[in-house]
Design a protein around this ligand. Structure first.
Ligand SMILES: Nc1ncnc2c1ncn2[C@@H]1O[C@H](COP(=O)(O)OP(=O)(O)OP(=O)(O)O)[C@@H](O)[C@H]1O
Ligand SMILES: [Mg+2]
Length: 280
């Protein structure tokens, strides 16, 4: 069995105004997994993610990175952030430097890497997200989707073992969203452990087969795409819906008069193609 790279034990988090955003989460990630967290607005996804490298400290419970309990002194946090990189939901919370280049260079510079290596990593990260030609531009002059790409590059340049992305596709154009998901998929194939949150039920099944549904600060369900999307109660409770492809099939009757049961819906275009070929 693969090593557990990240563990969360009985996590609770209350905001200072008393909001109980996380109400007891146990969660573990094995090295090399690609996990998605689905959940409606306010479910606690962003709050959950901010715990993974100590950006916020739990009210109770613990975070364990590579078997070591996360502590909140400066040295431990630096160490944690070199291993686990978190891309914020809103890039304006992340980007701060005068130029794109300096922003993406900040992480690796903080890790104490030599200047030449920093430069090389920045160039590579910007290339990967398709933003090389913007390296001298001010981040606040970029479009929303461009900022998002730069924010991703800023974490990529640190080459963390685990990359955590809070809604990486929101605000991106359709090709941009697919390109980012494909990029994450490729990074995962090369061995990076990836955790993403999203509302995008159409894109998720294509890239991740390990889903956790979050609702009201708790994990409501864990499973693969089929297990999650065939559970109508969970989908309703979490304000999710079937992928469009699956919804179309709700309206189809098969040749011999059978209908699809919840478990049989194709969830991706490829599944749909196979089903249509065989059944209609
Ligand atoms: N700074 C804050 N102070 C008080 N309550 C907060 C704060 N930030 C978030 N919350 C509350 O915590 C809960 C979880 O919010 P969170 O942002 O983690 O949800 P989310 O799942 O990321 O939602 P979204 O899909 O809209 O991004 C919500 O009820 C929210 O109102
Ligand atoms: Mg959020």
């Amino acid at each position: 069995m693969a090593e557990k790279i990240l563990e969360v034990k009985d996590l609770h988090y209350n905001y200072p105004d008393g909001t109980q955003a996380i109400k007891g989460i146990d969660f573990s990630v094995e090295e090399g997994q690609m996990i998605s967290i689905l959940g409606p607005n306010g479910a606690g996804k962003s709050t959950f993610f901010l715990h993974f490298n100590g950006i916020i400290e739990p009210t109770s419970g613990e975070i364990i990175i590579e078997g070591k309990k996360l502590e909140y002194d400066k040295k431990s946090l630096l160490e944690a952030r070199a291993k686990v990189g978190v891309v914020f939901q809103n890039p304006d919370d992340q980007l701060f430097a005068p130029t794109v280049f300096e922003d993406v260079a900040f992480g690796p510079m903080n890790m104490g890497l030599p200047e030449e290596e920093v430069k090389q990593r920045v160039e590579e990260a910007l290339e990967v997200v398709g933003m090389s030609e913007y390296s001298h531009k001010a981040p606040h002059h970029l479009s929303g989707g461009q900022k998002k790409r730069v924010a991703i590059a800023g974490i990529l340049s640190m080459r963390p073992k685990v990359m955590v992305l809070d809604e990486p596709t929101s605000g991106l154009d359709p090709n941009g969203a697919s390109a980012i998901m494909q990029l994450l998929y490729d990074l995962n194939a090369e061995g990076m452990t990836i955790i993403v949150s999203t509302h995008d039920v159409d894109l998720v099944p294509m890239y991740s087969d390990n889903i956790n549904v979050l609702r009201k600060g708790k994990i409501l369900k864990k499973g693969n795409c089929r297990e999650v999307f065939s559970d109508k109660e969970v989908i309703d409770q979490a304000d999710l819906r079937l992928p469009w492809v699956g919804q179309i099939f709700e309206h189809f009757d098969l040749k011999d008069g059978r209908t699809f049961d919840g478990e049989g819906y194709p969830l991706t275009v490829r599944d749909a193609y196979e089903t249509l070929k065989n059944e209609l």
